[in-house]
Design a protein around this ligand. Structure first.
Ligand SMILES: Cc1cc2nc3c(=O)[nH]c(=O)nc-3n(C[C@H](O)[C@H](O)[C@H](O)COP(=O)(O)O)c2cc1C
Length: 188
C-alpha cells in the first residue's frame, strides 16, 4: 500500500492501454491501483481508444483519457507519472517502444520514461504466433535491459479466443510497488 503520508500525496500511475482484446477490462487495474493508494490516469494508443469505454474510465479516474498530443501551450491534462503500467501491451507497441519509435502519445510517454527514470512495468497480451516472431523476443530483451519490469502472462493459442482469465492485471502493481518505495519523494 502506498500511503499518501509517505509522499505528501498519492503516487500517480499512468496506465498505458493498447488495442488488445482485454483492454475493455482496464477498470480492474484502475480499481486495484486506487485501492492500493494510487491515483491513476489512462493514456490509450489511438487504436486502443476503440477498445475501452473512455467515459467509464474518466468517471473512475477523474482524469481525461489521453490519446493524442496536446496542442502547444495547452495545459498538461495529467500530473507527471511516478510509475507507468503498460497493460495490456500489444505486440505492436512492445516492438515499437523497444525500437525507440514515438509516433503515438503512448509511445512518446514510454520512450521518454526510460530517460526520466520512471519505473515502468509492461504486461504484454498477445498470442503465441505473435510471440514467435524473432523481433518480439528481441524487443522484450531490450526492454528488460532498460529496466522495464515484464509481466508473466504466457501467450495464448492463436485464434483460441484469448486468455483473459489468466491475465493478472494486479501484477503491474506487484512489480512496480517495490520500485516506487525505493524512490525518494523529495523534490517531486
Ligand atoms: C478484436 C481485436 C483484438 C486484438 N487483440 C490483440 C491482442 O490481444 N494483442 C495484440 O498484440 N494485438 C491485438 N490486436 C491487433 C492490434 O489491435 C493491432 O496490432 C494494433 O495496430 C495495435 O495498436 P497499438 O499497439 O497502437 O495499440 C487485436 C486486433 C483486433 C481487431
Amino acid at each position: 500500500m502506498n500511503e499518501p503520508s509517505a509522499w505528501g500525496r498519492r503516487p500517480f500511475l499512468y496506465v498505458v492501454v493498447c488495442a488488445c482484446g482485454v483492454a475493455a477490462d482496464v477498470g480492474r487495474l484502475i480499481t486495484a491501483a486506487q485501492e492500493r493508494g494510487w491515483d491513476v490516469g489512462v493514456v490509450a494508443t489511438p487504436q486502443g481508444l476503440g477498445f475501452l469505454d473512455a467515459a467509464a474510465v474518466e468517471a473512475q479516474t477523474g482524469y481525461p483519457v489521453r490519446s493524442a498530443w496536446r496542442a502547444p501551450g495547452d495545459p498538461r491534462p495529467l500530473p507527471p507519472a511516478d510509475a507507468i503500467a503498460v497493460a495490456p501491451a500489444s505486440f505492436n507497441t512492445v516492438n515499437k517502444w523497444a525500437a525507440g519509435i514515438s509516433d503515438t502519445l503512448a509511445l512518446g510517454v514510454l520512450c521518454e520514461a526510460y530517460g526520466m527514470g520512471v519505473p515502468t512495468a509492461v504486461l504484454p497480451y498477445l498470442n503465441a504466433a505473435q510471440a514467435a516472431h524473432p523481433a518480439y523476443r528481441r524487443s522484450v530483451d531490450q526492454l528488460r535491459e532498460m529496466g522495464v519490469l515484464i509481466g508473466s502472462y504466457e501467450p495464448h493459442r492463436p485464434k483460441a479466443g484469448g486468455g483473459a482469465d489468466s491475465f493478472r492485471w494486479e501484477e503491474a502493481l506487484d512489480l512496480l510497488e517495490p520500485r516506487l518505495s525505493a524512490r525518494p519523494s523529495a523534490g517531486r
